[in-house]
Design a protein around this ligand. Structure first.
Ligand code: F6P
Length: 327
């Protein structure tokens, strides 16, 4: 049986994601309900190292559920990768008498938590907050739904101008090593093709498809490219395609960090609320070094080790369907 949890710390780390504030609100309010003291740490592991802790009460998280970004701020922390950095972070947690931590972030955040919690014996619970949706142990990560809605809205606008000018557009979306954003954006925006890191698609096949479209007098086309695609980003691919097939005037649009901002969708707010609530109650119930997630609409807890190392595959059925619907 571990030490009773009385004082917890919460932080956001890595790339921000819409809905992180809703998760923070749920953590603070669930903690207040259970009479726990909560400290918010600024700038993720960086703030933990530098001792940037602030007591958070119920009213501190009022009026944030609808806000994008993270009011706690976030950072990627090279210092936390070093033993000296982690020692300083441990000293800060000890100085504030922290019994348990809640980390809101993605793969890098949980990798740090897994190493650290073993070294210093402070229990961690993770809440998956990343637009990439690439964590094993949850069907959805916080921010993914908002990001794909932003991307689809952008592609709808690109479609108007592509149509007016009879152009071929390569639209690059985020997803460092994964194609979840690209696949959903492609299906949701009715794109001609989707190029994702998980599927070895040949450019020849894409060019053939575009040629067939041109023979059917297709006047414009949109191809969605995940930034982590193996053949290169949208700019590289557009260049290669244009060299082999110059029927269309070809353009590139990179949606980029637009996908990370904005007010979270209702889906992300509900997901974040459920996971924030579950993380606190899980910590109180004795769960350690696990990520709270939603699988088949039920809250589950997955060991960090699995969440960060096991692969979450894109659904083959969706990849096949996207191809068929784009003919
Ligand atoms: O992990 C989320 C993500 O938005 C990736 O899709 C993207 O590759 C990366 O973060 C960008 O990170 P940064 O904002 O640090 O450049």
């Amino acid at each position: 049986m571990g030490k009773e949890i009385k004082r917890i710390a919460v932080f956001t780390s890595g790339g921000d994601a819409p809905g992180m504030n809703a998760a923070l609100r749920a953590v603070v309010r669930t903690s207040a309900f259970h009479d726990l003291h909560v400290h918010g740490i600024s700038r993720g592991y960086e703030g933990m190292i530098d001792g940037e802790f602030k007591r958070m009460e119920i009213r501190d998280v009022g009026n944030i559920i609808h806000r994008g970004g993270t009011v706690l701020k976030t950072a990627r922390s090279p210092r936390f990768l070093t033993p000296e950095g982690r020692k300083a972070a441990h000293e800060s947690l000890t100085a504030f008498d922290i019994d348990g931590c809640i980390a809101i972030g993605g793969n890098g955040t949980f990798t740090g938590a897994e190493i650290f919690s073993k070294e210093c014996n402070i229990p961690f619970i993770g809440i998956p907050g990343t637009i990439d949706n690439d964590l094993y142990g949850t069907d959805y990560t916080i921010g993914f739904d908002t990001a794909i809605n932003t991307a689809v809205e952008a592609v709808d606008k690109i479609r108007d101008t592509a149509d007016s000018h009879n152009r071929l557009f390569f639209v690059e979306v985020m997803g460092r090593n994964s194609g979840f954003i690209a696949l959903s954006t492609g299906i949701g925006s009715g794109a001609e093709s989707v190029l994702i890191p998980e599927v070895d698609a040949s450019l020849d096949a894409l060019i053939d498809k575009l040629k067939k479209g041109a023979r059917r007098k297709k006047l414009f086309s949109i191809v969605i490219v995940a930034e982590g695609n193996k053949e290169g980003g949208a700019t590289t691919i557009a260049q290669k395609v244009q060299e082999a097939f110059d029927y269309y005037d070809t353009k590139v649009a990179i949606i980029g960090h637009l996908q990370r901002g904005g007010s979270p969708s209702c889906f992300d707010r509900v997901l974040a609320s459920r996971l924030g609530f579950a993380a606190v109650e899980g910590l109180i119930a004795g769960k350690r070094n696990v990520m709270a997630g939603i699988v088949n609409n039920k809250v589950t807890f997955t060991p960090f080790q699995d969440a960060i190392t096991k692969e979450k595959p894109v659904e083959d059925d969706l990849v096949r369907m996207a191809e068929i619907l784009a003919i």
